[in-house]
Ligand binder design. Structure first.
Ligand SMILES: [Zn+2]
Ligand SMILES: [Zn+2]
Length: 326
């Protein structure tokens, strides 16, 4: 089988490797059909995640078909599936409360363990989610990154008429825009790069602004999806008293925390990390509704052999989601 492999940062190869061995009772063999390139794959590629280990197979957004299943796996051969790429133990205090996304044993694949960019994978049945027939491949491959924003946007009160600012129009920002629009919010998309607005505007009636154009305006909900200091600090300036910030962007930089405003104006800041399987089910529910529009977020599907170009395009910042066809 073929797999993508990083010998070290920036040294990405496509190589032939032995297919994974025997399927255990609780595992299924997946023939991967599509893999989405994520921002974290790009950071692993560039070597900018300190806890990433090399050599490493990148990738965690995959769609495939079950080709062999152990006895304990309820997904039958031939089922189209997506893979939950973060392990959870199911037994710790957090898992028992249904918060598998903050499990003590969580290991994200493709960063500190081999990832999913291979033509065949062995995956435990508990990490498989079957895809309904009416969701086409090009939308099914978006279920994982969409679930991140499904989880995040549940944290804040968003209903028809809520004013929502989304800071950062990368893929998570774009999914947040689509979901906030679907919930009936009035959405303002903010980015330093005006080229990012092309896709944002295709998602629906979205106002677009450069961060410098916001002025004194205040928003009920601010989704911080840029993950840079200036944007995180702006999120706290532009949230209205009693409002909510949903923080999904991450930076290692120190950030100024306006304690006076947060306390005196009763601002709530929600951190949000990945998802639980409940969010995946909800993401699939959204995708089954024809009014839910995220198709513009898929920029290109490229053959696996064009992986160099696909990574270069993804790194350019000129596209939204780029997907490899395995
Ligand atoms: Zn991802
Ligand atoms: Zn756990």
């Amino acid at each position: 089988m073929l797999e993508l492999y990083l010998n070290r940062p920036e040294e990405l190869i496509l190589r032939d490797a032995p297919a994974p061995g025997t399927v255990k009772e609780n595992q299924a063999r997946i023939r991967v059909t599509h893999g989405g390139i994520c921002g974290s794959d790009l950071r692993v590629y560039k070597g900018s995640i300190p806890y990433a280990t090399y050599p490493l197979r990148p990738g965690h957004e995959v769609l495939g078909v079950v080709v062999e299943a152990g006895n304990e796996v309820r997904h039958k051969v031939g089922t189209r599936v997506v893979v939950e790429p973060n392990t959870f133990c199911g037994e710790c205090d957090y898992c028992r409360r249904g918060r598998t996304n903050i499990c003590e044993q969580k290991t994200p694949i493709g960063v500190s363990a081999d990832g999913a960019f291979a033509q065949e994978l062995l995956v435990e049945g508990k990490y498989l989610v079957s895809v309904p027939d009416e969701i086409p491949d090009e939308l099914a491959i978006l279920i994982e990154p969409l679930s991140v924003t499904v989880h995040a946007l549940k944290k804040a009160a968003i209903s028809p008429g809520t004013s929502v600012a989304v800071l950062g129009c990368g893929t998570e920002g774009l999914f947040s825009i689509a979901l906030a629009l679907f919930k009936g919010a009035r959405v303002t998309a903010v980015d330093v790069n005006p080229r990012k607005f092309d896709v944002a505007k295709q998602l629906g009636d979205v106002r677009v602004l450069h961060p410098g154009e916001i002025g004194d305006e205040l928003f009920d909900v601010v989704v911080e999806a840029a993950g840079v200091r200036s944007s995180i600090e702006q999120s706290m300036r532009i949230v209205r008293p009693g409002g909510e910030i949903v923080a999904i962007g991450i930076t290692g930089e120190p950030v100024e925390y306006p304690v006076m405003k947060i306390v005196r104006s009763e601002v709530t800041i929600h951190g949000s990390i990945i998802y639980t399987l409940e969010d995946w089910a909800d993401a699939i529910g959204y995708l089954q509704d024809p009014r839910f529009n995220i198709r513009p977020i898929l920029s290109k599907i490229m053959p696996l052999t064009e992986y160099q170009q696909a990574f270069a395009d993804a790194l350019s910042g000129d596209y939204a989601k780029i997907v490899l066809r395995f």
